[in-house]
Ligand binder design. Structure first.
Ligand code: 13P
Ligand code: 13P
Ligand code: MG
Ligand code: MG
Length: 365
C-alpha cells in the first residue's frame, strides 16, 4: 500500500503593516518555489496560504514525517522569503527563523510543523487549520470537541466506527514529555491536563482501529521556549482526517463555534476569543486580533489535493463571529487588568519581566 505524507509547515517571515498579514507578493514567491519542487518531483502537490501574518506551506509527498528533504525545502523557502522581507522592509522580517543553519529537522528552529503519514482510503477527506495570534494549546479545546465530546460529534454515539473513541497523545511542552490517554475511558484525566493549554498540548489523535491509524496532528512548537524570550506567538497548525471512521467534516468545524478564549492576541500577552474566518479575513487588525483560525478542506487522491474549500467562508459561522466581537469588546474594556492580560505565570515569556525588573530595588520591607 502506498503511503502519502502530508506536511503543514509555517513561519512568520515578516508582514505588513506590523503583524497584520502576509505580504501578497511573497506568497506568490512561495508558490513559485513550491511549483519548482513539484516539477522536481520532491512533492506531489502543495497549497500556499496565510493565517494572519504567518505563511503556511501545505505539502504532500512520499518522504515520510520528519523528512530532511521536505523540512529543508520549507526552511530554505522561509529563509529566502525572510531575506526578501528584510529587503522590502516588512515588519518582523525573519521573525520565526531562530537559527542560522539547517540542522536536519525544522523542529526546534522556530517554524511550526504538523505532519501525518497515511494510507489513503478510496476517498480521503482532509481538513487543515491554521491559527494566528495564539499558542498550540489553543487547539486543545476544538480537538477535544471533535474526537471526544458526544455533544459536538454525533458519530461518537451513533456511528459504530467511532463509538470506541480515540487515543490522545498529550505533550508537556516544558518538559518535552508525552502521555497517551484514551477516551472515553480516561476522559477526566485527559481534561485534567489539556484544560491547562499553556503546558499540556494535544499533539496527536489516533483511531483505536489500527487499520485507520492517525486521525490528527497538531504543531506544538513554542517560539519562546526556543528563543528563551518573547519574539512572537507560536501560531499553530493542525491536520485532521474526516469521515468513515473519523468525525464528519461538519462535526470537525462545529468544534470552532464557541469562540473559545485563547492566550495570545496583542503582544502575545492577552486573552481573546478565537474567531473562525475565511481566507479573505485572514488578517489580525483589532488590537492585533482577535486571534483567528482559518480552515481548508480537500479530498486527497494519490497525493493530489482536490476540490479545495475555504471552510469558514460561510454564513453559518456569522453567529460565532458576532459573539467573538462581543467577547472581544467586553474583554478589551479590562485594559491591562487580568484576566484580559495573561496571569503572571504566563507573562514570564513576554516583554513584562524587563519592566518589573526595573522596580525590584524600589520595594521596601
Ligand atoms: P449525505 O447523505 O449528504 O452524504 O450526508 C451524510 C452524512 O453523514 C452527513 O453528516
Ligand atoms: P505574531 O506572533 O503573529 O507575529 O504577533 C506578535 C504580536 O506581538 C502581535 O501583537
Ligand atoms: Mg508577526
Ligand atoms: Mg502570527
Amino acid at each position: 500500500m502506498v503511503k502519502t505524507t502530508i506536511s503543514l509547515i509555517k513561519a512568520d517571515i515578516g508582514s505588513s503593516p506590523g503583524h497584520v498579514t502576509v505580504y501578497e507578493p511573497l506568497m506568490v514567491r512561495a508558490e513559485e518555489m513550491m511549483e519548482k519542487a513539484k516539477d522536481e518531483n520532491l512533492i506531489f502537490d502543495f497549497v500556499v496560504f496565510n493565517a494572519g501574518d504567518d505563511t503556511e506551506l501545505l505539502l504532500t509527498h512520499d518522504k515520510g514525517v520528519d523528512s530532511e528533504e521536505i523540512h529543508k525545502l520549507a526552511w530554505d523557502t522561509f529563509m529566502i522569503l525572510g531575506k526578501e522581507a528584510r529587503e522590502i522592509g516588512l515588519y518582523g522580517a525573519g521573525q520565526d527563523l531562530l537559527k542560522d543553519t539547517f540542522s536536519g529537522n525544522i523542529k526546534g528552529m522556530g517554524p511550526g510543523c504538523a505532519e501525518l503519514e497515511i494510507e489513503e482510503r478510496p476517498a480521503e477527506p482532509l481538513l487543515f487549520f491554521a491559527m494566528d495570534k495564539t499558542e498550540p494549546g489553543a487547539f486543545n479545546y476544538p480537538i477535544f470537541q471533535m474526537f471526544a465530546n458526544p455533544f459536538n460529534t454525533a458519530g461518537l454515539i451513533i456511528d459504530s466506527k467511532l463509538h470506541a473513541g480515540f487515543k490522545f497523545s498529550v505533550m508537556d511542552v516544558y518538559e518535552a514529555k508525552f502521555v497517551d490517554l484514551v477516551c472515553p475511558e480516561e476522559m477526566y484525566d485527559l481534561l485534567a491536563l489539556i484544560g491547562a493549554p499553556g503546558k499540556y498540548v494535544t499533539k496527536y489523535v489516533d483511531s483505536k482501529n489500527p487499520d485507520l491509524g492517525r486521525a490528527a496532528a497538531i504543531s506544538t512548537d513554542k517560539l519562546a521556549l526556543i528563543a528563551g524570550k518573547y519574539v512572537g506567538k507560536d501560531d499553530p497548525v493542525a491536520i485532521v482526517r474526516s469521515q468513515s471512521g473519523f468525525p464528519a467534516v461538519g462535526e470537525i468545524v462545529e468544534a470552532f463555534t464557541l469562540g473559545h478564549l485563547v492566550s495570545g492576541w496583542m503582544r502575545g500577552s492577552h486573552r481573546g476569543p478565537l474567531m473562525p474566518v475565511s481566507l479573505d479575513y485572514s488578517q489580525c487588525v483589532r488590537f492585533d486580533g482577535p486571534p483567528r483560525v482559518v480552515g481548508l478542506g480537500f479530498q486527497l487522491k494519490n497525493g493530489q489535493l482536490i476540490g479545495g474549500v475555504d471552510l469558514f467562508d460561510d454564513p453559518s459561522f456569522d453567529a460565532t463571529r458576532d459573539k467573538c466581537n462581543e467577547i472581544a469588546e467586553y474583554i478589551r474594556r479590562h485594559g491591562p487588568f487580568e484576566p484580559s492580560r495573561l496571569p503572571l505565570s504566563e507573562m514570564e515569556y513576554t516583554t513584562l519581566p524587563a519592566v518589573l525588573q526595573k522596580l525590584e530595588d524600589r520595594f521596601r520591607e
